[in-house]
Design a protein around this ligand. Structure first.
Ligand code: GDP
Ligand code: MG
Length: 168
């Protein structure tokens, strides 16, 4: 049938930069205002991968546990996943494994990128590179380090997932 594009769900604890990443990638902006996402929202962007047009719908979910009932239903249709944590937030790193399982429970095994965001704040890092590599290997996911603020590697995350979706 007609190609409808791929839904990408972006998960991780509150404050790691999920909404900022989607705004950056789809609108090209970065803002310091921290507005808690309520429920679920999405933006889209079309990109070309290997000569093919891929339409990505980026679903932004609230990181807060109390929104679980709402967000769960949206995981279900996802074809790819961004699992984000922050360089400066230890809890967000430690929660990554359970986020992976939550998505897996709803979607099965889908292409997933682990994103270490806020690498512009490496001097305030509370996670070390070795344990991040270990986590990525344990979860079987590609690891990409980003700064949404500095626009570092954000596009690479979605290029990687788009090419994985095309290959499926
Ligand atoms: P969410 O709760 O995961 O959606 O996180 P937000 O996108 O709301 O971001 C939380 C805060 O982190 C905001 O103040 C953002 O401006 C900030 N932020 C997001 N990405 C970066 C980054 O790469 N570097 C820095 N220094 N701050 C960031
Ligand atoms: Mg948000």
């Amino acid at each position: 049938g007609q190609y409808e594009g791929s839904q990408v769900v972006i998960v991780g604890n509150g404050g790691v930069g999920k909404s900022s990443m989607i705004q950056r990638y789809c609108k090209g902006v970065f803002t310091k205002d921290y507005k808690k996402t309520i429920g679920v929202d999405f933006l889209e962007r079309q990109i070309e991968v290997d000569g093919e047009e891929v339409r990505l719908m980026l679903w932004d979910t609230a990181g807060q546990e109390e929104f679980d009932a709402i967000t769960k239903a949206y995981y279900r249709g996802a074809q790819a996943c961004v699992l984000a944590f922050s360089t400066t937030d230890r809890d967000s790193f430690e929660a990554a494994h359970s986020w992976k399982l939550k998505v897996e429970n709803e979607c099965g095994e889908i292409p997933t990128v682990i994103v270490q965001n806020k690498i512009d704040l490496l001097d305030q890092s509370v996670v070390n590179p070795e344990e991040i590599e270990l986590l990525a290997r344990a979860l079987g996911c590609k690891l990409i380090r980003t700064s949404v603020k500095e626009d570092l590697n954000v596009a690479a995350v979605f290029r990687h997932l788009a090419s994985k979706c095309l290959a499926e």
